[in-house]
Design a protein around this ligand. Sequence first.
Ligand code: NAD
Length: 495
Amino acid sequence: TTLIALNRKAVEFTSKPLKMFIGGKWVDAISGKRTEIRNPATGELITTAAEGDKEDVDRAVAAARKAFEEGPWPKMKPNERARLILKLADLIEENAEELAHLDTLDYGQPVSLTIGFAAAAANNFRYYAGWATKITGETIPSSTPGNIFNYTIREPIGVCAGIVPWNAPLMNAIMKVSAPLAVGNTVIVKPSEETPISLLRFAELVQEAGFPDGVVNIVTGYGPTVGSALASHTDVDKIAFTGSTITGRQIIQNSASNIKKVTLELGGKSAHIIFADADYETALANAANSIFFNSGQVCFAGSRLFVEGKIYDRFLADLADYSKNYKVGNGFDKETVIGPLISAKQKKRVLNYLEIGQKEGAEVVIGGDATETDLANGHFVKPTVLANVHNEMRIAREEIFGPVVGAMPFNDIDEVIKQANDTVYGLGGGICTTDLRKAHKVAHVLRTGNVWINTYNITEPGSPFGGYKQSGLGRENGAASIDAYTEIKNVWVNL
Ligand code: NAD
């Protein structure tokens, strides 16, 4: 194995206990409590993070409120806001290797992947920097008697909180920062208790770029304490959450306290449909990537694989062959494609689903268990393909969030559409076929927020992302985020 040398600055950053970033200052939790942060590939302690509480949330909300009401940020000229955001993007790019290594340390996925996420983070800020000068209202022709001038303006909502999971730590988090900042809000982000490191380093870059104090705040800690305090806080105006559907439900309940604006990006159980007329090699690669990328810890993972009957057996055998070549291991190993799951708890959960699936009659084509003993301290599960799966089984209905795909044959297009839509989720969907009429026909009837045809996993800052049904509320990215982070004011003038 060829291990990539750990970035020197990443070593330095993790050599000290991590503090929170509130009101432009680095602070410990008021309680003094700390959370251990471990490397999921080795089980080793990386560092500790401040374990915040409700009181720390209060401090952060006060700082963000002050920056919004009294600070220069919302009043700043849009082009000046854009300039600062672009500077931040440059700093992310300059420090991309360090940020990527911090993410690989913290959540285990290969550097090739985390470096892509760091680049995407810079890209995301650049995209939204462009929006800062393009937030416009409209003039509305009035039919009211008299000489009425009627127009709208868009204004920032105020204090916006973001709560994010561990499955792409930096990327998930910055999506809660870029759009709100572009339109003049102030933000508080809570990373996952498992993966706070890269976001705290990011906060140093926010400081270096010269953002006013309190515009960006990071509070670290657990969901039931810090997370629910943010969701229920009456002085937080908006909450954007990425995570499980169960927690999403609690966020809605807590946000009722002051009728917060809410955006939710939740779980999924996406169908990936392979037609017999697909380009075979493309379909194979897409099927594998759609479930094994990021060790399957992807909300839109193609976890239900529908394959047309006449190619089903051959496709599964080839998918198994294809997956066999994936190297599972430490993310700093150059050859690693599949890193560990985030925690012992997640590994146990995924292995439990494998047991449940087999009890329900699923057959393991490849994988099906944890990796060998040399990786015993990490949370590794082999890429797994299950056959003889039915859409009613728990493994086809519940989100596993691991490298596990359940394959099902189909013979009829209407039947497969019905099955694909037979789920409480509606996040992603994949179609592989060379028949474009069929591709669009299926794309139009899938009840999901994203559909990929002859590709998978693509997202871009300019494209709206989100879920139908229990996969979410609202959209992120593109103009949708601008809508989600602004209020519309209608002004009537009697001239
Ligand atoms: P989770 O819901 O357990 O946790 C997500 C975040 O919410 C964490 O920061 C956690 O501390 C916090 N949290 C937990 N309980 C809370 C509470 N009561 N109040 C407020 N915050 C609370 O999810 P997870 O297991 O960390 O992440 C995996 C889930 O995230 C999967 O369901 C996955 O599909 C989903 N996800 C969705 C998207 C998307 O964009 N739709 C993207 C990535 C992940």
